[in-house]
Design a protein around this ligand. Sequence first.
Ligand SMILES: Cc1cc2nc3c(=O)[nH]c(=O)nc-3n(C[C@H](O)[C@H](O)[C@H](O)COP(=O)(O)OP(=O)(O)OC[C@H]3O[C@@H](n4cnc5c(N)ncnc54)[C@H](O)[C@@H]3O)c2cc1C
Length: 380
Amino acid sequence: MPAVTDVLIVGGGPVGLYLGALLLQHGVAVRILEKRTGRNPHTRAIGIHPPALSALDRIGAASPLIARGIPIRRGRAVWLGQEIAHMPFAPVSERYPFVLAVPQPVTEAVLEARLLELDGGALVRGAQVTDMHDDGGRVTADATVAGTRRRFSASLAVGADGANSTVRRLLCVPAAERRYPDHYLMGDFPDSSPYGEDAALFLEAGGIVESFPLPGGVRRWVVRLSRPPDRPDPHLLAGLVGDRTGIALDAGSNSMLSSFGVRSRLAARMVAGRTALIGDAAHEISPIGGQGMNLGWLDAESLAPVILAALHSRPSGADLRRFNASRRRAAAGAKRQAEVNMALGRPLPDGLLRMRNAAIARIGAAPALNAHVARRFTMQ
Ligand SMILES: Cc1cc2nc3c(=O)[nH]c(=O)nc-3n(C[C@H](O)[C@H](O)[C@H](O)COP(=O)(O)OP(=O)(O)OC[C@H]3O[C@@H](n4cnc5c(N)ncnc54)[C@H](O)[C@@H]3O)c2cc1C
């Protein structure tokens, strides 16, 4: 006999956990099937933007995250050791006048704790979904759980299973892919910079260096490269940061190192029959600008009322079409913003670099323009 629930969510990453908690709060029975037996230890996302903090507040997760993160209240643009512009986030959102920096494993731990508080059995770990069927009335999913095949049945299903989504593949939803010439080397070190709780972008000729404060006196450094590093190591990263910014990092104290290339993928649609796609399953966006996870939470927030209406026998094709259109528009906008962010970080010859940096300094000196750009950077 299949295990029966109202909504089946495939994927217990940040987006699936958030949607699960949101629906449980409305009395909806939820099962989240997650193939990992433990939490993902990789620190990917660190930036939580103001609209996402408002969304997280709806499940009571904003305060515990704020208690464990660093509020970044402004970004500073630096060139040759001099600040050429700074962008305060304060006037942008009155409620959350900052971007919150929290490592993704901490974010996922807070979301999981909230979910399990609402229903201790909502998350089924070690459950890998391999097949799904939609008979027009219900969705069934087959999963391998601890070597055993189990079947789950639900009124509705949601694929929140990440960039290589099995659900998207099973639904035969194509996803347009674009690859970019940008590569990044990223690592965490004890903070030896003078930037405290500010983000700093170093707009240098060899390519951008981004740096963000993290809890525990740590700072994340991200260096743009034109090709993948031959052998990523903390000495290479510390050397690149030193050469481009003049800031010395202690390679021996590195606590996280990762290198990544960039692509984007947008699913052709976010709804198929009784199943919706959200988060990276629906749209993979370049991490530069830190929007992917935020975008996924905002998908979940706008999908929840559509699910509630459908479960209360008011299924509306118009609601689904609106959800699909508005969230695909949001994803396309985030993808464009990420492309601008990446272009900003590419190496430039001296003349063009001077012109570009002078333009950034002019924007920084014009409060209305600066606030407009701050809104774009903070997803508002
Ligand atoms: C270096 C880097 C930095 C980033 N920085 C930021 C940032 O600052 N801000 C930001 O907003 N975003 C950032 N991102 C993007 C962010 O990490 C993702 O957008 C986010 O993790 C997407 O969440 P998700 O829940 O949709 O997918 P995922 O986090 O990928 O979770 C999907 C889950 O589904 C599970 N799963 C997959 N297949 C199955 C299956 N068949 N059955 C059951 N379970 C399955 C997986 O195990 C996983 O736990 C960054 C990404 C990278 C790589």
